[in-house]
Write a protein that binds this ligand. Structure first.
Ligand SMILES: Cc1cc2nc3c(=O)[nH]c(=O)nc-3n(C[C@H](O)[C@H](O)[C@H](O)COP(=O)(O)OP(=O)(O)OC[C@H]3O[C@@H](n4cnc5c(N)ncnc54)[C@H](O)[C@@H]3O)c2cc1C
Length: 358
């Protein structure tokens, strides 16, 4: 789709790292975010209409209009529903003219707190760069060490759009970042990120040695995000003895806050129970720290079955709406049971037993 649009002078603006693997229906069903989302928006901002097949077999269509004030936004019932409410069969998305120009620069940053504060400053002022990535010192040292001083984090910025827009935004961001003690490194680190951004081959080297590698992405407001970063990186090292590594970056920012994307590696005992125990203990700690600090347990990978046990706590008093919605959309309990809404093991036999455990 992206290639087709590019040939005709347009872009989708939606580039998840999984772009070569994922289907557009799956991306909509998981509420995905692209690497340029800070400018173009997440998938829920891009989908303007669709067709879906309901569990009853009914086919519904939501037409494409620029905006409507006709009751709740029904698109949102299926965006992020992870196959639990219906099957999306056709999608209409916004597209954008291919940008005429780009401005790119990277900066050495003293630490994550300072970097998060810089991003907060320019996002609140209303600037809209396409790429804003703040990698902590471990991630920075791994990929950009030749540009950095010992212990520095790195901030990558890419602005794009019409010629005068990209250059003007770049100039303004450069001043804000330097005022925040960012050390300009030029465009090369951003060019390197653009070239290698979807390559995950090295992860196989670790998994082949019995090392668990996983990623967990969460989000929170500016007031809490720095604490979540510090608690996850510090507490996990102390509380999970099998942990080898925890790193983090922020890659999708908003005026109110940002996400954190943690990369975790652990060397568990080489038996299935040991692997399960260590894996679950890592997830439990990150989920608990995030919830304790007012964050959301999921920024863009969806809930699935793994995160489903925390969805009642995530949604709080509004969880009851999700349960009612699921019952009324899928009364026979035939759509992806156990995904998004948790069920007790062995209780997913028929609709009555499924819904009795909600
Ligand atoms: C290496 C890697 C990098 C990734 N990077 C990103 C990233 O940058 N941003 C991001 O947002 N995500 C990312 N992801 C997550 C991934 O993009 C999505 O979870 C998933 O790929 C979505 O598309 P899919 O077609 O593979 O869906 P699947 O994995 O097949 O399905 C995901 C869920 O959606 C449901 N579903 C699928 N299609 C439909 C449909 N048509 N109608 C209704 N329900 C449906 C399925 O039942 C399932 O519950 C990454 C994943 C990997 C492995």
């Amino acid at each position: 789709m992206e290639d087709y649009l590019n040939q005709h002078g347009y872009i989708s603006g939606h580039y998840p790292q999984s772009i070569d693997l994922a289907q557009i229906g799956g991306l909509v069903a998981t509420r995905s975010s692209g690497q340029f989302s800070t400018k173009y928006g997440n998938i829920e901002n891009l989908v303007v209409g669709f067709e879906a097949v309901m569990p009853s077999g009914d086919i519904i269509r939501i037409k494409n209009v620029p905006r409507r004030s006709a009751g709740p936004d029904l698109r949102q019932l299926l965006i992020g529903s992870e196959g639990t409410m219906g099957i999306i069969t056709e999608i209409t998305i916004k597209i954008f003219p291919k940008p005429a120009d780009r401005w790119m620069c990277a900066y050495g940053i003293k630490n994550m707190r300072e970097g998060l504060h810089i991003i907060q400053t320019f996002m609140r002022e209303g600037w809209n760069p396409a790429v804003v990535r703040l990698h902590d010192r471990l991630e920075a040292a791994k990929s950009y060490s030749k540009f950095l001083n010992e212990g520095e984090s790195i901030l990558l910025i890419l602005s794009e759009g019409p010629k005068m827009y990209a250059q003007a935004e770049g100039k303004a961001l450069d001043k804000i970042i330097r005022d925040g003690r960012g050390r300009s490194l030029g465009p090369e680190p951003v060019e390197s990120w653009l070239e290698h951004r979807n390559n995950t081959d090295e992860l196989h080297e670790f998994t082949n040695q019995g090392i668990i590698v996983d990623t967990i992405e969460i989000a929170a407001n500016w007031s809490d995000i720095g604490t979540i970063y510090e608690q996850v990186t510090e507490r996990l090292k102390k509380e999970v003895p099998e942990l080898l590594l925890v790193t983090g970056h922020s890659s999708h920012s908003y005026p109110q806050g940002t996400n954190l994307y943690f990369i975790l590696g652990a060397h568990p005992p080489q038996d299935p129970e040991g692997v399960e125990r260590v894996y679950q203990s890592i997830w439990k700690k990150v989920m608990e720290i995030t919830l304790e600090n007012n964050g959301t347990i999921c920024h863009h990978h969806g809930i699935g079955k793994l995160r489903a046990p925390w969805i009642p706590q995530e949604l709080g008093s509004s969880y009851t709406m999700l349960k009612k919605l699921k019952r009324s959309m899928d009364p026979q309990g035939i759509m992806n049971i156990g995904t998004l809404l948790p069920v007790n093991e062995g209780e997913e036999k028929d609709a009555q037993s499924i819904y009795s455990c909600y």
